[in-house]
Design a protein around this ligand. Structure first.
Ligand code: FE2
Length: 382
């Protein structure tokens, strides 16, 4: 586990009094994916993204419904599910949404307190609080519904020492690239047109999340494409959820494209924190990862240097890799976005290196939009 000082630097924590929090959250537990082929996806995330296989569930362990591969990197945990039984709900999720996130699971100290508060605020409880046990101890979990078909499983693992959850066995693999990520910074949700404020209100009321300063209105847009975005965060900002909705433009925005191909709201990108984005990008490119192109004009524009001031590396090093920079009153951040990870133009990764900034790269939205639209145009969806 990462200590508080390291996490503070990587993902930007703030002081928080959990005693007065109606829905205390300790941190991320796992991002649970539905994959078309989890057996192969597990190899991909190990070889290409340097993740480590730590646990497994499947037919050999008594789970005849699906395979589940638990991968970690730094403090990040992914669970990749792939259906074995064609009637599995994992297959249904994949049929509807393609490779995507089923569950953004959060670790909480008191599952029952969270569920009681969520229910009182009108949330849909999809799994009631219950316990599961094995020789490693007991886990108490429940789940509440959020946007689209996505859920938040709430996990109290304080009495558990196993590799993941009861029913999983420890599993290792020689297949692993170099680790490049330290922590999960934020998970962005794309929601329906006109529903952003509904979901901001959901996280405020149901989960006690607070609004962060960053707000992107449809004033930030290209001629053809627009979005609106607000950010909610858990008390100490360990868990941050930017929420996007499409805004009306002359052509379809990237959010519209996502909503069409995902068949509704869902997780759009996972931002992975690193303390060396240059090395991370070099390794990932060498492994074949494709990133969004950033136009040279982004770097040669004199207003960029005025906007970003001094950063830890020469702008030329960033330009060579297509890394974006943004600065606010607290500091700066470096970020870059991959192309979609699966077959549909939906889920992708952001890689982020923070230097004091608590933002999300608002100043880069314009440059990013233009880069994404060039990709949309190549796919014939613009
Ligand atoms: Fe982001």
């Amino acid at each position: 586990m990462l200590d508080a000082a390291t996490l503070q630097q990587l993902v930007g924590l703030v002081e928080h009094d959990a005693a007065h929090d109606p829905f205390p959250v300790s941190g991320w537990d796992a991002v649970v994916w539905a994959c078309g082929n989890a057996t192969q996806a597990a190899m991909f995330y190990q070889h290409v993204f340097g993740m480590e296989l730590v646990a497994y569930s499947g037919p050999e362990t008594g789970n005849r419904d699906h395979h589940a591969f638990v991968l970690t990197t730094g403090a990040v945990r992914f669970v990749l599910r792939g259906a074995v039984d064609p009637d599995s709900t994992v297959a249904d999720h994949h049929r509807a949404h393609g490779d995507g996130v089923m569950d953004i699971a959060l670790e909480v100290p008191d599952v029952d307190r969270c569920v009681a508060h969520a229910r009182a605020q009108g949330a849909t409880v999809v799994v009631e609080p219950h316990e599961t046990s094995d020789e490693h101890g007991t886990v108490r979990t429940a789940a509440i519904a959020t946007y689209g078909d996505t859920v938040h499983t709430l996990v109290d693992r304080s009495r558990y020492s196993g590799p993941y959850l009861p029913g999983f066995v420890a599993r290792t693999s020689p297949a692993q690239g170099a680790q490049v990520f330290r922590a999960l910074d934020h998970v962005v949700g794309n929601v329906e047109l006109g529903r952003m404020d509904t979901w901001v209100d959901f996280y405020n009321r149901v989960m006690g999340f607070t609004n962060m300063a960053e707000f992107v209105g449809d004033d930030i847009a290209t001629e053809y494409s627009a979005l609106m975005s607000k950010v909610v965060a858990s008390g100490d900002h360990r868990v941050k959820f930017p929420l996007n909705e499409p805004a009306v433009g002359k052509k379809r925005s990237q959010i519209d494209e996502y909503l069409e191909f995902y068949r509704g709201p869902g997780a759009q990108h996972l931002a992975l924190a690193t303390d060396d984005i240059l090395a991370a990008v070099d390794r990932l490119r060498a492994a074949g990862v494709q990133f969004l192109d950033t136009p040279d004009s982004y770097y040669t524009d004199p207003s960029l240097r005025a906007r970003i001031g001094e950063v830890r590396v020469p702008v030329e090093e960033l330009q060579r890799r297509g890394i974006l920079v943004d600065r606010d009153e607290d500091g700066y951040l470096l970020q870059i976005f991959t192309k979609p990870l699966g077959d549909r133009p939906t889920l992708f990764f952001e890689i982020i290196e923070r230097h004091g900034s608590l933002g999300f790269g608002k100043g880069n939205f314009q440059a990013l939009f233009e880069a994404i639209e060039r990709e949309q145009e190549r796919r014939g969806n613009f």
